[in-house]
Structure formats: C-alpha cells, structure tokens
Design a protein around this ligand. Sequence first.
Ligand code: ACO
Length: 435
Amino acid sequence: MSEQNKFAKLEYDGKVYTLPVIIGTENEAAIDISKLRDMTGLITLDPGYKNTGSTQSAITFLDGETGILRYRGYDIEELAEHASFMEVACLLLFGDLPTQSQLTRFEKDVAEHSLLHEDMRKFFDALPSTTHPMGVIAAMTSALTSFYPRSLDPYRPPHEVYRTMVRSMAKLPTIAAWAYKASKGHPFNYPDNTVDYCSRFLKMMFAMPTSPYEIDPVLVGALNKLLILHADHEQNCSTSTVRIVGSSLASLYSAIAAAINALGGPLHGGANQEVLVMLRKIKESGVSTKTFIDKVKSGDKSARLMGFGHRVYKNFDPRAKIIKKACDDVLNKLGINDPLLGIAKELEEAALNDDYFVSRKLYPNVDFYSGIIYQAMNIPEEMFTVMFALGRLPGWIAQWKEMLDMKQAIGRPRQVYIGATQRAFVPMDKRVDTK
Ligand code: ACO
C-alpha cells in the first residue's frame, strides 16, 4: 500500500476538497474518505457496499474483470493443483506456504483438538430434527465460546489466539459431520486423528458401526480441491460479517457463527444447494433448458439461474473453470453418469450464448458445478453449504486475525435518515389508524 502522492478533488458547495488516494500492491486505487465528514460534513452512500472498500487486506487479491484470484499472491489454479487444504489454511492464516515441519506441527495441533466436549453431544439431541445443518453448525460454533471462555479475553495472548484458531479449524468438521449424523439419526463417529483432515471428515460422515469407511483417494483429492477453492474470497458477505462482529471484540467463535448464518442465505453460499434443486426441477418437470432460460429472462424471480452471476466477477469466475474440470474428472473416475451434469452444461452453453446473460456479464460462479461433485461424493444437498463453510473457515479466521492485528476500529457504518422528522408524542386515546 502506498499513497504515491495521488489525490482526488471533490467540489461541493463552492469549495474544493483534496482527498488522498491509496494505491494497493496490485495498483487498485481507492479514495480515502475516512476524514470526509470532518472536512465537509458529508458521508458517502453506497447500499450493498458495491463500491466501498471496508479495509486494506494482504490476504486475497481478486480481479473480477480478468478473472484472477490469488491467496497471499499465489494463483488459485496453482494452489488447487498442487497444495492440500491444510497447506492453504497455513498460507492464509500465517502468510506463507508452510515448510514440511510447520505443516506437520499445524496438522498435529488441529488433530489434537478435533474432539468435541462430551456435553456438546446433548445439544445435537436438543435441536429439532427439522433444523437445517447450517443452523446446527452455527449454534454449535456459538456454543464453543461457553466451553472455551478464554476465547473471550480481549487482550488475547498470542498462544491463546493460536489455540482458538486451531480449535475452530479442528472442531468445525466434527460439528458438521455430527450435524449430518444427527439429521439421519445415526450414531456419531469420533474423529480419527491418524488420518488427514479431509479423510477424517469423510470418515466421520460416512463410517457406520456396521460398515467401516474405506478412504477413497479420489474423493479425498476432490474434497481438498473444493475446500481450497472456497478458502477465501476477500470481503464477501460472510467475511465482512466476521470482520464486523470481530471488531466489537466478540470471540472468534461468535464471529464465525455469525458468518455461518450469513453464508447460509441463497444469494451467498446457499446457492450451491439451490443449483441442485434447480437442476433437479428441470429434470423432473421435463422442460427444455431453452424454456427454462426463457423463463429466467422473463424476469420471473422464481426462475433465477442459480450459480450464475457474481458481484465482482464480470468476465469469468476462475474457480468455476477449475470446478467444472474437477467435476468431469471425479465423475469419470467414479464411473458416474449424472444427467444433472448434462443439464448444467446445456444451461451454461445456452446462457453463454444469450445476450441477456452476456450483456449483464453473468457467468457460472463457484457454486454452479460444486453441488454435482458433492452429490457424487454422497454428500446430501442440505450439507452443501456446510461444505462451503468448512472451506471458507481458514479465510474467515485469517480475516478476523488481520482485522485484530490492524487494530481496526469497530465497524459502524452511517446512514442517510429518510424517516419522519421530529413530531410530538400522541397519547393513546388520540391516535388514529391511518393504514
Ligand atoms: N439469473 C438471472 N438474472 C440474473 C442473475 C441470475 N443468476 N444474476 C443477476 N441477474 C440479473 C439481475 O436480475 C439484474 O438484471 P437487471 O439489470 O435487468 O435488473 C442484473 O443481472 C444484475 O444483477 P444484480 O442482482 O444487480 O447483481 P448483484 O451483483 O447485486 O448480485 C448475485 C450478484 C447475488 C450473485 C446474483 O448474480 C445472483 O443472485 N446470482 C444467483 C445466486 C448465486 O449463484 N449466488 C452465489 C454467488 S457466489 C457466492 O456467494 C459464493
């Protein structure tokens, strides 16, 4: 970051104000308006933060115009091809790719904390069986603060911070697998710390007392890749939630629980489940992809092309390219011929050649093909967004840590008030129903 003596001038009410321009390491330029209100009495208005930088950050760079995504400077394509999810987690959390001994130490620390406190088992029984697994994992993550109250310490000695970060990484897969088991009424599996992070999760998901789980390297490889692709995405809705909740010095667990709730919405991480629902509806109703695309174009909100469009990618989402290829590879290796993949490809082809989508710069996003891989892995639809949360976790933690290290002020946007101006209190007997 540098200011490089660049300035923007703002003319308002006959006066000219000079505002510094901040240039990022990838030459992104931002007008620094942090003193604007003191200087001019003005605030800026940007609903949905479409054009507002909420922070400086050294974690993830993305260029939505050219489809670039990098974690700590490394291209997502290279990381997805060569790294494990644990390596990428280290990269995000600590800033550099780990050496073998650093990675081994981190994996060991995470494995050591993978158990849940036995009292937490009761919570799974207490929630109604209708609870969406995202609701379960949010509630359980929130509860971690009660089991580890030191995470509330605002002065956080570094070893406590590290332990809280490690506990979060360690326990969320156990929570997620148990949420699934609870939804099925199956017995819970304890984590097997002799295997790697992804295998451990798959074993907890699928092992049964009646049939042990055989670790399949194809599935483990696919899971590593999917988690890496979701691991961070700069200041998206759930990550901004982590930073804003964390800025009040709430515990990391509280901030992650809030982020899980934000991620669950269908316009964010919930889209991966919605894509499968959409593909299945198309298949079951027998409508052609053309008819469906026409319905989407008619503006019918019930027929939005889920898994398409992105707030920042206006050319292509690099993650979608990698996932599409991974989807083909995994289905081939597993010998699965999923008709939903055919429908997805037809929809993509039709949309990419249709002016409605082209003119609005709508391309497949990370969620368009991920559900098809998860389905091939036997992961049920309602767990798709949970899988996204597992992937995004190191990103959330890294962003929380960065926010604290920067001593960022508490997040507190302003507003432009458009309600009633001052009026006198009306006693009950004088009130009139005007609606
Ligand atoms: N299908 C049909 N039309 C769409 C779609 C879509 N998936 N996405 C955007 N549009 C249209 C809008 O209707 C709008 O058209 P208009 O200008 O005629 O009104 C135009 O494209 C711009 O869309 P916005 O909603 O203004 O774009 P925004 O940046 O606010 O929203 C979003 C981005 C929420 C991702 C949107 O594209 C969407 O709803 N996509 C489907 C849901 C989805 O896949 N979400 C996952 C995103 S990736 C992630 O969170 C991991």
